[in-house]
Design a protein around this ligand. Structure first.
Ligand code: MTE
Length: 350
C-alpha cells in the first residue's frame, strides 16, 4: 500500500502501520510518501460517486455533501504536524503495551480543506451541543470489543476553531488513500488519533463519544489503575524535540559538526531548544528557525566543536513559549502515550 518512493519502515502490514526513519524528518514537510501511516483497520474501499458526508445529531438543519459540493466551498490551507500518541514508545522502560514506534510517528504537511465551522454554520448547532463526533468509513474490532467505526468526538470550541479543518488535499496532492481519501479531519495541536480519516459522518452530540478508541484506547492508564477509574483522554501534543542528523552509535571525527533536528508543541510555539553533549550536565542554546505555522514543527541546529575523542551522550531538549519543558522521564502509562522524554543518542568521537 506504500509508494515505491517511500522509505517508511513497516511496523504492521495488516492493517498498515509504518514510521519514517529519523533522518527523513528534517524539512520533510512536502513528501507525502514519507509521512508515517497509522491505520487501525483495513483501508475502506470508497467509490467517490457513492461517498457523501452527512451532518446529523444536534443540528436544526441536517445536511449532506457530495465530494463535489465540498470541494467547491471556500477552502483554507493549514500547515500542521501530526504525531501518533504512541510515538517513541520503543524506548519506554518499564515496557508498555502497543506497537514499538521509534521516533518516526510524526510528520508535517500543508493540509487544504474546509473549516469544520463552515459546515457547522450551514447545519446550525443546537444550544445543548457539547462535542462533535467524526466517524470514519473504516471499521473492525480490537481487543475483543464489538465491531465499530473508527470515531472521535472533539469538544465544540476546538471543533469550531478556524484551524480545525476537513482536508481533501495533502501538500497540494489529492489526499492519498492511506491518509484518509477522500476527506479527513485535521485537529491541529492534538495527537494524531483525533484527526479521523475517511470521514463519512459528522454528528453533533451533547456528551463525549464512548467509542472504544476514544474512551478505552487513547486514554492514560496509570500503573495499577482500577478497572472503573476515570481515565484522562489523550489530547494536546506535549512539547518535544528530536535529533535527526545523527544515528545512534555514529562515529564522528574530532572537529566541527552540525547537529540538527525538529521541535514542536501542541500548545504553543517553541521558545528554545538546548543541546547537551555531556549526558545532560551542561546545556547550550541551539539556533531555532521560525515555525511555518503555530501548529508546525520548527527546525533547529547546533554547532558542536568536538575536541576530544571518546564516547558522548548527545541530547536535545525543547521548551515551549508557555514554559513547558521536556522531562528526563515521562509519566509512565500502560500504552506509553505522549512520551516526550529528552531524546539522547550515544555518539563516538574518533
Ligand atoms: N482515522 C480512522 N478513520 N482510522 C484510523 O485508524 N488512525 C488515527 C488517525 N485517524 C485512524 C484515523 C491515528 S491513531 C493517527 S496517529 C492518525 O490518523 C495517523 O494519520 P496518518 O496515517 O495520516 O499519518
Amino acid at each position: 500500500m506504500e509508494s515505491k518512493n517511500s522509505s517508511l519502515v513497516p511496523l504492521s502490514f495488516a492493517p498498515t502501520v509504518s514510521e519514517a526513519p529519523l533522518h527523513t524528518l528534517y524539512n520533510n514537510d512536502k513528501n507525502n510518501d514519507n509521512f508515517f501511516i497509522r491505520n487501525h483497520f483495513e483501508i475502506p474501499d470508497i467509490d467517490i460517486a457513492d461517498w457523501k458526508l452527512t451532518v446529523t445529531g444536534e443540528v436544526p438543519n441536517p445536511i449532506s455533501f457530495s465530494y463535489q459540493d465540498l470541494t467547491s466551498l471556500s477552502a483554507v490551507t493549514i500547515q500542521s504536524t501530526l504525531e501518533c500518541a504512541g510515538n517513541s514508545r520503543a524506548t519506554v522502560n518499564p515496557p508498555c503495551e502497543g506497537l514499538l514506534w521509534n521516533n518516526g510517528g510524526v510528520g508535517s504537511a500543508a493540509w487544504t480543506g474546509i473549516p469544520v465551522d463552515t459546515i457547522l454554520s450551514m447545519a446550525g448547532v443546537n444550544p445543548n451541543a457539547k462535542e462533535v463526533l467524526f466517524l470514519g468509513c473504516d471499521n473492525g474490532s480490537e481487543n475483543s470489543e464489538s465491531i465499530e467505526d473508527y470515531g472521535m468526538s472533539i469538544p465544540l470550541p476546538k471543533s469550531r476553531d478556524k484551524h480545525t479543518i476537513l482536508a481533501y488535499k495533502m501538500n497540494a496532492d489529492i489526499l492519498p488513500s492511506n491518509h484518509g481519501y477522500p476527506l479527513r479531519l485535521i485537529v491541529p495541536g492534538w495527537y494524531g488519533m483525533a484527526s479521523v480519516k475517511w470521514v463519512k459522518e459528522i454528528r453533533v452530540v451533547n456528551e463525549p463519544y464512548k467509542g472504544f478508541h476514544q474512551s478505552k484506547y487513547y486514554v492514560f492508564v496509570k500503573p495499577g489503575a482500577a478497572d472503573n477509574a476515570p481515565l484522562e483522554r489523550v489530547s494536546n501534543m506535549k512539547v518535544k524535540s528530536l535529533i535527526t542528523s545523527l544515528r545512534r552509535g555514529q562515529a564522528l571525527e574530532i572537529g566541527e559538526h552540525i547537529i540538527q533536528g525538529i521541535a514542536w508543541s501542541g500548545v504553543d510555539n517553541i521558545d528554545k531548544v538546548e543541546i547537551s553533549t555531556d549526558n545532560g550536565r551542561n546545556w547550550e542554546i541551539a539556533a531555532l528557525d521560525p515555525p511555518l505555522s503555530r501548529y508546525s514543527t520548527q527546525t533547529w541546529r547546533y554547532y558542536w566543536s568536538a575536541r576530544q575523542s571518546g564516547c558522548y551522550l548527545v541530547s536535545c531538549r525543547a521548551t515551549d513559549v508557555q514554559g513547558n519543558i521536556q522531562p528526563i522521564a515521562f509519566e509512565w502509562n500502560f500504552r506509553g502515550f505522549a512520551n516526550n522524554s529528552i531524546h539522547t543518542l550515544p555518539i563516538q568521537i574518533v
